[in-house]
Design a protein around this ligand. Sequence first.
Ligand code: M6R
Length: 614
Amino acid sequence: MCGIVGYIGFREAYPILIKGLRRLEYRGYDSAGVAIINNENQLSVYKAKGKVADLEEYSKDKDISGTIGIAHTRWATHGEPSNANAHPHYSQSENLALIHNGIIENYAVLKAELLKNGYTFQSSTDTEVLVQWIDYIYNIHKCDLFHAVQIALNQVVGAYAIAVIEKGNPDQIIAARKSSPLVVGVGENEYFLASDASPIIEYTNKVIYLDDEEIAVINRHEDPKIYTISNIKKTPEIKELEMNLSQLERGGYDHFMLKEIFEQPETLKNCMSGRVNIEGTNVTLSGIIDHKEKFINARRILIIACGTSWHAGLIGEYLFEEFCRIPVEVEYASEFRYRNPVICADDIVIAISQSGETADSLAAIELARKAGAFVYGVCNVVGSSIPRNTDSGSYTHCGPEIGVASTKAFTAQVTVLTMMALAIAKEKGTMPEENYLCTIKELQNIPSKIEKILSQNDKIKELSLIFTYAQNFIYLGRGYSYPVALEGALKLKEISYIHAEGYPAAEMKHGPIALIDNEMPIVAIATHNTIYEKVVSNIQEIKARNGRVIAIINEGDESIKELADHYIEIPETKECLDPLLSSIPLQLLAYHIAVNKNRDVDMPRNLAKSVTVE
Ligand code: M6R
């Protein structure tokens, strides 16, 4: 949520900042802005409502020279998207410019104090309050910028990643974070700042991840210095990035989402690589091996996540209960953190997150750790906050996911959860050897089976045309396919803005069946599993009420072909691995419907990729 970029060095800052904003635009895209100090030490702020392209248009006849600057792309929290509410915000004196990701919760109290002291405001944002507060401290304490920021942050309640620059001081950026990510890129005589590493990788692979309540003092001619807000000096730990630039480009696809859907055969191979042995007879996850006893003795597994990651967690519930015979509860992190849950020391808490930065998931982890539970992270973004705040974990290794709608991260999460369940079951002896071996073997076949589904892209695109103008959709599935139905509905609603609901198929009779008429498309996942016959009965009930059924079936299922209005065939697999296949046509269907409707697929309205505020 909100993207931050900063640069100080020997190159012109503006092109670097704009390129960085484009890379971060997936984090928020309702307005954008830059602040630059030129060679005469003048500080200028340019900002525009809309996308980064609108900012570029606005700035094209302005003075954008200078080798130091900060920039921001916004996802509105306080105040509507507008030029005034866009960042950077000036202090009243226009001596300081600040960008911010997060929420200042006590902004109203600070603002009242500032108003009493003669400050006026141009925007409705909490961020403007923060920059004015820093300016106020700067003036009353007669200190330098670093100390003003440090004092101010001790008085602030909330979450922040900030960067501040000062008129007349072209050699310094001050940056700080608490509960919102911030990375410092360390180049040769130049430094970068960003919400994640994607704007940095082009210039350097050396980064410093700031921790909560740390302030970075980035001076043009010195190594970065890190202090805590309570003034403890820290030794910066420089890490090497493993990302490469091509992962951040669309690579010939019309959208990142389509590219990411098509990457899945490869991303799942990467996810399994080094974990499933070459012979396909064993699964090893170092995060589990190192804490084997904890998993063997776990009384319960609690899975916490949000959105798509929560759907992956629901599949995890089926997997852990079936393979490991450990009771599982799956919780929305946002509910878990506020409902005084019972957490025991012999619980294992698994936090699932693509970004590793989701505010609710981070808060739920903190709560679980305080209660003494062992917390395991399943994350995609290396070095993000969740992996750094958990006891152990596994990365999903599917590379940067840029499209706001999660696709490849979902299947990689499910793959990691499958490998976890297999590894724990082996340790506990809860899975017959034969089943263990054939599940691993079949897991290795999944990437080629996904290829086969992807080859039907044109057919799915054609099918999508029939449903472009539907107002509502229902998705149905049972057992392992129930979370897939939820995920299919979420994909459709977030990128096409069509109302869609997912249900366990048997729940139809308890209410939703009232919605069915000849205008209602129903996507039914009806692959061969233990309750296949029951799903067939559910489809019959829908057809008896004139509903229009799109069935996801196994290849050659002639009886459902006759029953359904439309069908998409997918290869047969083991029931427990079915979500890895059945989710693919649903991703493609949602994608094509959204494209037909001319939606901004990669940046759907009101959404942001990384939800760093609650
Ligand atoms: O980064 P996380 O996996 O923690 O994000 C959780 C949700 O915000 C995310 O899955 C969201 O629902 C996606 N837009 C779904 O496509």
